[in-house]
Design a protein around this ligand. Structure first.
Ligand code: MIC
Ligand code: SF4
Length: 641
């Protein structure tokens, strides 16, 4: 067996049986993580589920996205999250402690366990030999309440890493190379399982850079074995007892094999405006750079910041570059202080931010108009930085610091001899978690005025008469559907207010027009809903009256979020029919419930052109039940009646 199968088999909620790719399986979840931007909804949903205590081995609520506190909204959310955590027995990580994925890796990720997180980069923790998956908030609420998690058994692809990285080439270049090869659609319904001789040279934080950006490939997750490198990392975190060896059997079978010789890689960079638009850094030589940001859950470990500080010991940041650093956790920050690297960074003109997501999610540090920003992050969708006209590139810390010094994109291999990095055997700083106590269950939940109750949704109708409110192209991200940033993120606990921003980045009139037609439909191209796991991108559509999304194909998490909230995600039976349907067309779908129950293609009558097109879907029993009930919460409520 491969490692993915071993861990999944151990977590099946039913009697063990061979796992077949493409089949629905249900697994038990050991751990959950939430962050504040998705977490408030998760916990409102958890409250609605009516349990008194968490049923997982461990659940952690992180505050790392909305920390600007530009008004009462963020602070109210933080207090709400802290009080819920106390009441239900959840570990609380206050703002400033660090970015959820970096913190989870350092403190809680454990080989062999399962982790479900309301953030698409949850697979970061799979660097530790666990199965960590990103999902919609409601799925997390259910997992906390002890419900199984349902997924399609992915195909497991073996990525064999051989050779050794050359100086100035690092983990980010490996994952960028995979994105260049396989694109943002390449990983749908797949797991990448890493093996090979090169693994012994890749530390856990480097592995985590790779598993983190597996989300951009669209993978269900990625996984590294738990080996001696893992043992060393856990020991350095004072968690040696959490280690156990885990690896695939020597004769493990995979659905495919990809081999990468690390010694052949060179520094890579993802160009605007998609993470798979990857080129060699050398090809972009000379492009003027206005801003450089180092941090995010992809590249903000001690190793990543130490290399930056080491380069800066005898070099200066270009005076024309805005240079910003956000360390991944307080542990990273404390270690930088202890080793003296922080002093080098301070003297370098770096602007050192709190340990949060910050610029990655558009919470400040928006680039100048038409500005070129090099970031060690994982997403560069147009406008996500907060500046619509900016050009955001994704690269390694090595490439980022080389550009910050030169003021233009430059090959980091020009920086001379690679400084030797000394990574401590023990990280002695422990972050400020609030651990729940025994008698906390009576805690009063604090609910500020920004926290609005969840809207109620009705069951599916037998006949749908709707209008195409918008027709979209390929690769529409959830950032396009429901943007983040300093203005909109504070409204994550207020569906009526945040729904006013739905798809406004693509068409400002969308919310108004959707409400006017009362029942709406969206038409889209391939990979609709890529990117973030934010379920707001599904709830607000439902709230605005969208009943159906007809696309060429869907990204995994967004598709299940749509089902969770009772919106029908269907695909064209014939992709060419995309041309036969236009914005504002009136569509009639009869016998919806009947057809879905009998798994028959839906007939979409386009009254504008008097023509019908067929829409297909692959709803399993549970999806069907959910859609008929109007969503997952009404379905659970029906069951408990
Ligand atoms: C992101 O990187 O887009 C986020 C913000 O972390 C999201 C979650 C969110 O929208 O709250 C994610 O990746 O899931
Ligand atoms: Fe935070 Fe950015 Fe990572 Fe999302 S991708 S969790 S916003 S650092």
């Amino acid at each position: 067996m491969n490692l993915t199968e071993k861990i999944l088999l151990n977590h099946l909620t039913y009697k063990k049986q061979p796992l077949t790719a493409g089949e629905k399986i249900s697994i038990n979840i050991d751990q959950t993580l939430t962050q504040d931007a998705t977490g408030t909804l998760v916990y409102l949903q958890l409250e609605a589920l009516g349990i008194s205590k968490i049923k997982t081995k461990l659940s952690v609520s992180y505050v790392d996205h909305n920390t600007l506190q530009t008004g009462f909204e963020n602070s109210d959310d933080h207090r709400y999250l802290a009080s819920v955590a106390k009441k239900y027995g959840i570990i609380f990580s206050p703002p400033g402690n660090g970015i959820c994925h970096q913190l989870h890796l350092e403190n809680f990720a454990r080989p062999g366990e399962t982790l479900l997180g309301s953030d698409s980069h949850t697979p970061t923790s799979s660097a530790m030999g666990m199965i960590a998956i990103g999902a919609g908030g409601l799925d997390i609420a259910c997992a906390i309440a002890g419900e199984p998690y349902f997924i399609t058994m992915p195909q497991v692809v073996n990525v064999v890493l051989t050779g050794r990285l050359k100086p100035w080439v690092s983990a980010k270049d490996i994952i960028l190379e995979l994105l260049r090869k396989f694109t943002v659609k390449g990983g749908t319904n797949k797991v990448y399982e890493y093996t090979g001789d090169a693994l012994k040279y890749l530390s856990v934080p480097q592995r985590a850079t790779i598993t983190n950006m597996g989300a951009e490939l669209g993978l269900t997750t990625s996984i590294f074995p738990s080996d001696n490198v893992t043992r060393g990392f856990l020991a350095s975190q004072g968690r040696a007892k959490d280690w156990k060896e885990l690896k695939p059997d020597f004769d493990a079978e995979y659905s495919g094999v990809v081999e990468i010789d690390l010694s052949k890689l060179e520094p890579m960079i993802a160009c605007p405006h998609n993470p798979d638009n990857v080129k060699k850094v050398s090809e972009l030589k000379g492009t003027k750079v206005h801003q450089v940001c180092i941090g995010s859950c992809t590249n903000s470990s001690y190793r990543d910041l130490l290399i930056v500080a080491s380069v800066l010991k005898n070099k200066k940041i270009n005076t024309d570059v805005d240079f910003i650093i956000s360390p991944g956790s307080k542990q990273v920050m404390a270690q930088l202080a202890k080793s003296g690297a922080l002093e080098t960074l301070v003297k370098s003109r770096a602007r050192i931010l709190e340990s949060t997501c910050g610029p990655c999610i558009g919470m400040g540090s928006a680039p100048n108009s038409q500005g070129v920003s090099l970031r060690t992050f994982n997403r560069n969708f147009a406008g996500r930085s907060g500046t619509k006209s900016a050009f955001v590139y994704l690269c390694s810390p090595e490439t980022a610091i080389a550009a910050a010094i030169a003021g233009e994109i430059t090959d980091p291999r020009k920086l001379g001899k690679l400084p030797a990095l000394s990574i401590p055997k023990i990280f002695d700083y422990k972050p400020n978690f609030v651990f729940p106590k025994k008698n906390d269950s009576k805690t009063e939940i604090e609910r500020g005025p920004n926290i609005k109750p969840l809207p109620e949704f009705t069951p599916l109708h037998q006949e749908i008469n709707c209008s195409v409110v918008i027709k979209l192209k390929d690769n529409i991200s959830t950032d396009d559907i429901l943007p983040a940033g300093a203005k909109i993120l504070p409204l994550r606990s207020n569906i009526p207010a945040i729904s006013e921003y739905t798809l406004t980045r693509v068409d400002e009139t969308f919310p108004k027009r959707a409400k006017e037609v009362k029942c709406g439909m969206i038409v889209a191209g391939d990979n609709y809903g890529q990117g973030s796991s934010r379920e707001h991108a599904a709830i607000t559509l439902r709230y605005l009256g969208i009943a159906v999304v007809l696309a060429k194909s869907f990204a995994r998490i967004h598709r299940s979020n749509l089902i969770n909230f009772g919106v029908l995600p269907v695909t064209f039976k014939n992709a060419d029919d995309y041309e036969k349907i236009s914005q504002l067309d009136d569509i009639q779908i009869e016998n919806v419930i009947e057809f879905i129950k009998h798994k028959k293609p839906l007939i979409l009558k386009n009254r504008a052109v008097n023509m019908a097109i067929e829409a297909v879907y692959n709803f399993d029993k549970r999806d069907t039940e959910m859609l008929l009930a109007g969503g997952l919460l009404p379905m659970i409520r029906n069951k408990n009646k």
